[in-house]
Design a binder for this molecule. Sequence first.
Ligand SMILES: Nc1ncnc2c1ncn2[C@@H]1O[C@H](COP(=O)(O)OP(=O)(O)OP(=O)(O)O)[C@@H](O)[C@H]1O
Ligand SMILES: [Mg+2]
Length: 373
Amino acid sequence: MKVGVIGGGQLARMMIAPAVELGVEIRVLAEEEGMSAALAASAVGDYRDLATVLAFARDVDVVTFDHEHVPQEVLRALVAEGIAVHPGPDALAVAQDKLRMRATLTELGVPQPDWAAVRDAAELDAFIAAHGGRAVVKTPRGGYDGKGVRVVASGADVADWFETAAPEGALLAEELVDFTRELAQQVARRPSGELVAYPVVETVQRDGVCAEAIAPAPRSAGRLADVAADIGEAIATGLGVTGMLAVELFETTDERLLVNELAMRPHNSGHWSQDGSVTGQFEQHLRAVLDLPLGDTALRQRWAAMVNVLGGPAEGTLADRMPAALAAHPSAKVHTYGKAPRPGRKVGHVNVVGDDLDDVVYTARAAAAVFTD
Ligand SMILES: Nc1ncnc2c1ncn2[C@@H]1O[C@H](COP(=O)(O)OP(=O)(O)OP(=O)(O)O)[C@@H](O)[C@H]1O
Ligand SMILES: [Mg+2]
């Protein structure tokens, strides 16, 4: 069996090891030479170009993704050619556009922040006035790591975005949610319908970027875990998602769970599972898109912590720091992405599992810190 992954980033890279273990051949269509997943890159080219993607896809049994940016026309052309695409175009459309996501989740009856599509500053001002004087504005497409998200007090604060939005294009306005913490719920679903849920995790974002995750989310046993898993299942089933689905959630000060956004692929909030779960999310994604039976999602030990290596060393490479990190923290599992250090860039992460929460968090932070200045 041959899986083709579109996109050569770290998510594609981390599918390589489980593919080898499962005896699955993996091919990657990378954006350029020397990317994170270069080891499995069989093609380099533009994922927006149908001819390039078709040539790549014809040589594999199923196509999946490292990101959500492949245009709908290209996805639909693949399906029309009889190529298996997971997740499929209909599901992916919801993850590609935050306005469409909000509208679809409203139809599904999933709890989410108050929202509106706003076409100009006046509409946004009306939304702000109705929501306590502030709002979060998002560009519907192409945002990542907090780019394309602004907290505003006036329509004028996003005048630049209104200017560049297409004539009929709108921005997404959301209430500024009063949350105590952010959580993430992952589920995996096969084309034949089997679904498994991971334990809900707590995530910490810094400057709009995921910095840490703890599994399971502290103080989540019982109702919180059940509600989160139900939301994940309702979305995966309702949208027909195949592969891994991540649902980013807010836990509000009045103890509700609201959906922030969706990712239909392995997700940073699930990296802990590589070392902390019986079945890591990258293996699970491959099993799901190949319609193989799904794996146990239970934790191997009581707690798992994941800390991102953001930026990397100011001088030299991650490899230079590796001996010191491994020597000081033998329980830490270090994962590197083959990317050059640059301020704020995700270049790797560290997972630690164990029975003591403070200890796993401390060790993961300390080991990750060895790689940054
Ligand atoms: N409605 C909201 N109320 C309060 N905070 C919000 C809201 N929407 C987003 N945020 C904050 O901004 C962060 C980034 O928002 P969002 O996840 O929509 O953007 P993104 O750039 O697509 O993120 P990612 O880094 O996951 O790709 C959230 O993790 C949260 O901390
Ligand atoms: Mg997000």
